[in-house]
Design a binder for this molecule. Sequence first.
Ligand code: SF4
Length: 398
Amino acid sequence: MNGGWKGGDGPPAMKGISLYVHIPFCAARCPYCDFATAPATSAPRARYIDALATEIVREGTALERPRLRTIYVGGGTPSLLEPDEIARLGRAIDDVFVRRPREVTVEVNPATLDRGRLEAWRAFGVTRISLGVQSFSEAGLRALGRTHQPEDVAPAVAAARGAGCDVSLDLIFGWPGQGPREWHEDLDRAVALAPDHLSCYPLELALEPEDSVANWPGGGWPVVERWRRATAAAQADDRGLALLYAVAHRRLARAGYRHYEIANWARAGKRSLHNVTYWRNGEWLGVGAGAHSHLAGVRSHRPAWLIAYVDAIDRASPRVVDPSADRVSEDAILGLRLDTGIDLGRFAARSGSAARERIGSALRALDGRGLVHWTGDRARLTPRGRILANEVFVRLLS
Ligand code: SF4
């Protein structure tokens, strides 16, 4: 079957969708990264932007000019785009979508936010800047192989605020040498900048080449593998990561942030509306290399490699449809990521009583382990359940 709704279901009900735009370029390759990225100076960069604009126009037209509720420009490092490239993408979107979004986010490397680009992003409609801080410590940034400096962050936050944007900070915990004290320091420095939103992810290192994209311009997978093995041996183990996660939970609660999703905290009214669309299994179109879409109940994606993506757009190939998943389990897992959890009554109304029975008994089998909290028909992960979320999710898949 072809991509998206083109398989014969007709266009999705157009009460509004979300749009994800993928920019794969980065100034340097971080050795822990598992995304398909390309150097910012790539020769095919102009072709990529052409392909992206073509895909936006083609998809928006095919979807009959839907309204965009949220836009998220991620990567990669979208903040490396030049003002004319940003304006070009904005024009393509305006040509074929009704653009009245409640939220427009762009991911930014703290070292790349200059005045010209910030003005171009404001003209694009950006309301929210997500800064890839990762750590405020030089040792942390070195351990993670990052190229920006801790002192780049505060000016980037001030610039984003000066442009009237909300600010989200991404942090990574569990790097070699980081214990609770160092993690507290990172969290304190983040809180001192008063961001609207924070995302905290454990350092995860895929150790299989098929799960990873070899780095450039270095020695490819063998070099990445050496770095990862050394880092994995030196980083916090599962108990250590759980301890650091609990530190974040307490510290950020004390600072007034709501832990609304496993890895995300927000001030009141500042949740990421775009990402909530994913967790509520809503409708979104993803454009660009490796971008995923979920439209009219069908999941699909584009090839991750830049050249394969550009070729697919040149040939007007449809998106690749993902094998049908167990939608009931998928809905339950996504819903449990949020602090609101899942309501089995609503679940039954949407997916039938057999689905309710299956999910309910899988979760009830965990009673007594302190992983799931029940309020009537509503199940939520406890703080311990969030740390051990994969143990819960595996039950829902079996
Ligand atoms: S972690 Fe981010 S900045 Fe680093 S290579 Fe991956 S996408 Fe680029």
